[in-house]
Design a protein around this ligand. Structure first.
Ligand code: FES
Ligand code: FES
Length: 156
């Protein structure tokens, strides 16, 4: 069976973008291969690692598990769309990464956490981070970055 491309339109980082995609294309594939937004990373491709995390209508989503057409009529934000959010600065200041491969996914997940839980406790932060895997830095630094960013979001 030949899978055809269809005109697809999504709202990504505040822009309306149209492109050709198959109905079976994942959002991660489209972001990276059709639109050149390579911040979301392919890792496990089965929902375990969180390297592909983006924001869809205010919810952290693993873009390897979502079809691009499912994002129609929703607001998609990738790490490229954050534009120096406080959590990004705190990741740098707290050295919350080493190789950096997992970092865009962590930042998107943390950004959602802080917006949904501006008074997040240690337990909430630890539970929230369970959806992402880092293989080379300590989670302590990531938790520190979240705690340091919390006050900035309370005043936005
Ligand atoms: S690549 Fe999507 S969760 Fe691992
Ligand atoms: S910083 Fe290398 S995998 Fe997380």
């Amino acid at each position: 069976m030949i899978l055809r491309n269809h005109e697809t339109t999504l709202q990504i980082n505040g822009e309306i973008l149209s492109f050709q995609a198959r109905h079976t294309d994942t959002l991660l594939f489209v972001l990276r291969e059709k639109l050149g937004l390579t911040g979301a990373k392919p890792g496990c491709l089965n929902g375990d690692c969180g390297a592909c995390t983006i924001d869809v209508d205010g919810e952290p989503m693993k873009s390897c598990l979502m079809l691009a057409i499912e994002a129609a009529n929703k607001k998609v934000t990738t790490v490229e769309g954050l534009k120096n959010a406080p959590i990004q600065k705190q990741f740098m200041e707290r050295f919350a990464f080493q190789c950096g491969y997992c970092t865009p996914g962590f930042i998107m997940n943390c950004h959602s956490l802080i917006q949904k839980h501006p008074d997040a406790t240690d337990i909430v932060i630890k539970e929230w981070l369970e959806s992402n895997i880092c293989r080379c830095t300590g989670y302590k630094e990531i938790e520190d970055a979240i705690k340091a960013a919390l006050p900035y979001y309370k005043h936005v």
